[in-house]
Design a protein around this ligand. Structure first.
Ligand code: BEZ
Length: 251
């Protein structure tokens, strides 16, 4: 289970929204457009869409993050992206760093398509094929030594461009652009902070008493792979960024 604590997020995950401005640029938000922000987190990027003159509804599965987004004065609502209640309402759907948490991508795309007006655009970025491969591999080894299959705990879906492009097409979207690219990501603090912030489903699979040892072993394994000569940490992120347009005819 993954829980988002806004204070922890602000301290250890602010880079997620800081690095999201490229997706906002790809969206090219226009004044007056109705935009749905799927997975708004604490609303840092939603604010940019509002500043561009859009009328934005923001949703997130985390009540804590929605509360933080509302503190910014945003129209933020708790909702599950696979079960959105919107019907033909938005000019665009925007999403940054969220769709890789959705293990039912087709249900999410169907709900997003339903929310869009015909010709509406879906512009998003998510983790792509190979994202945090070294971290997933380290979990595989550390948890296997405790008799746990890390794949059973893996919360992420990191597709290739080909696979996601096919899903978009089958869900009733024309793919305007789609690109997979490595984005090595400097972390603001220790890799164990990243693990405790982003990798809770793996840690939850380990008894409480064993977690400090697991974090230590992870750190030791990742040190030669993700540590810079200066002592910082750089995670091996891979991004999948795309723009798609809702087709008129049903898929
Ligand atoms: C992200 O938020 O972009 C992310 C989260 C977990 C693993 C990799 C990427």
């Amino acid at each position: 289970m993954q829980v988002w604590d806004p204070d922890r997020y602000a301290k250890h995950a602010r880079f997620v929204s800081d690095l999201g401005s490229g997706v906002v640029e790809l969206l090219a938000p226009q004044p007056g457009e109705r935009v749905l922000d799927v997975g708004c987190g604490d609303g840092a990027l939603t604010e940019k869409l509002v500043a561009a003159g859009c009328r934005v509804v923001a949703i997130d599965a985390s009540p804590e993050q929605v509360r933080a987004a509302r503190h910014r004065g945003l129209d933020a609502r708790v909702a599950d992206v696979t079960a959105l209640g919107f019907d033909t309402e938005f000019d665009a759907v925007f999403s940054n760093a969220v769709l890789h948490w959705i293990r039912e991508p087709d249900a999410a795309l169907a709900a997003i398509r339903r929310a869009l007006l015909p010709g509406g655009r879906l512009v998003a970025e998510l983790g792509g094929d190979g994202c945090v491969a070294s971290i997933r591999e380290a979990f595989g080894e550390v948890l296997a030594s405790r008799g746990i299959d890390a794949e059973d705990l893996n919360p992420w879906y990191f597709p290739t461009a080909e696979e996601y492009g096919e899903r978009l097409d089958a869900s009733g979207f024309d793919v305007d652009s789609i690109r997979l690219f490595p984005r090595p990501t400097p972390l603001p603090s220790d890799v164990t902070d990243w693990l405790e912030t982003f990798a809770q489903p793996y840690l939850a699979g380990v008894p409480n008493v064993d977690r400090p040892a697991v974090l230590n072993e992870m750190r030791e394994r990742l040190d030669p792979v993700l540590r810079t000569p200066e002592g910082g940490w750089v995670a091996d992120y891979v991004r999948l960024r795309f723009a798609a347009t809702r087709r008129n005819r049903e898929p």
